[in-house]
Design a protein around this ligand. Sequence first.
Ligand code: FAD
Length: 455
Amino acid sequence: SSSTAAAEPLTVMGAGLVGSLLSLYLARRGHPVQVFERRPDPRRTGFLEGRSINLAVSDRAWRALEGVGVADDIRQVGIAMSQRIMHDAKGQLSYQPYGEDGQAIYSVNRGHLNRTLLDLAEARPNVQVRFGQQCLGIDLRRQQLQLLDSESGQEHTEKYTRLFGTDGAFSAVRGALQKTERFDYSQHYLEYGYKELTIEAGPDGSWQLEKNALHIWPRGQYMMIALPNLDGSFNCTLFFPYDGPESFASLQTPAQVTDFFRRVFPDAEPLMPELEREFFEHPTGSLVTVRCFPWKYDDDVLLLGDAAHAIVPFYGQGMNAGFEDCTVLNELLDQHGDAAWPTIFAEFQQQRKPNADAIADLAVYNFVEMRDRVADPRFLLQKKIEAKISAQYPGRWMPLYSQVTFSHTPYAEAWAAGQQQEAIMARLLPHIQQEADYERAEVQELVKQEMAVKG
Ligand code: FAD
């Protein structure tokens, strides 16, 4: 009966961003939830170390956070970024708004977000989070986890009836599924790594660059970006080839690093007093895309978040996509009831897989846009023209970036519409040399024809 099903304990592996939010969603539906997490409790050890200190939160994540009532609290401690600001090699700036007036993505502290979600989950009587528990393996037939307790150093086993794998890009749960029949799996690394660096706060805690923006230093084959923090500093990330003439391999000494930054990022380098230390102390992160299918094993195990679909960070959508997984799963539970796991797992992966594939492709595509195309005046002109078309044909033209970032349109639909619009722009742009050309009768006629065909 559904009442016994509702009392059945659910197991979540990994209390990162997606696992902590998912636990909260499942607990709110009345399920007992047991969560295992490899790391120690981040609220006892201070900052969650590891990947980027802040991340860009956009509409898909906001909706998922609204579903558990914390969007406003998180927004309070986020910084709105309403535009991209490009810094050229002479330190000159150009500007590109992200959307329409009032639209912005938000820079949010990753550790704060994770701790807030964990606090909320643990405040519920039906959630138990066990830290310092690393999943070593899974016996899928016996429905049994093999765990390592980091405090005692002891291995132990735990039974599960339903297991949600939210243990990230290098998921142990996925590792177990990989050994089953007909499981598709691929991982692809970019030839680029990333390094996290800091632009210091001004003496009085002020921001030394425009606060409400995402800053980009596009340099063709590589780039640096910076997102603002509440304390006045900026978290910078250098995306850089591993090998080649301008690469991590070519920067071996502190002097080489400083010379390079002075030459290519002349307006940023003076704001980075810790550059030499950070460059050699901080690890170089790798950039991987993971695709797999199925995301479920019978109706016992389901993968969500990076465990199912790890993507490169250039669209700022990895967490957003993982949070959207939680929204979709919750909708399916509403639709089919909390006992219909076989249907829910099957529909979940069928609905989400094409969208995960689309955002994986979009994320790689956006790397080229950010490191190269944003530096091209023709590209900025194209964005202005697109905004004009969008205003002239309300509801019929939404720029690709806006569909991905400021809408809930499934990623695969957004990508298809974006490609169609890109083809139209490629036909229009030869007729447009400057913004004012858009008003010319010839151009207006072309736009009209394109829109008639576009439907
Ligand atoms: P994770 O956050 O990786 O959490 C997995 C959890 O599982 C961790 O707590 C881990 O300790 C635990 N775990 C792992 N293995 C085990 C095990 N064997 N046993 C038990 N527990 C285990 N996304 C955005 O939306 N916007 C951004 O701006 C953005 N910027 C990014 C910048 C960078 C440089 C990178 C690398 C990623 C960025 N992302 C961004 C992506 C985002 O970080 C991920 O998509 C998101 O963290 C995925 O959440 P998750 O919970 O699935 O995985």
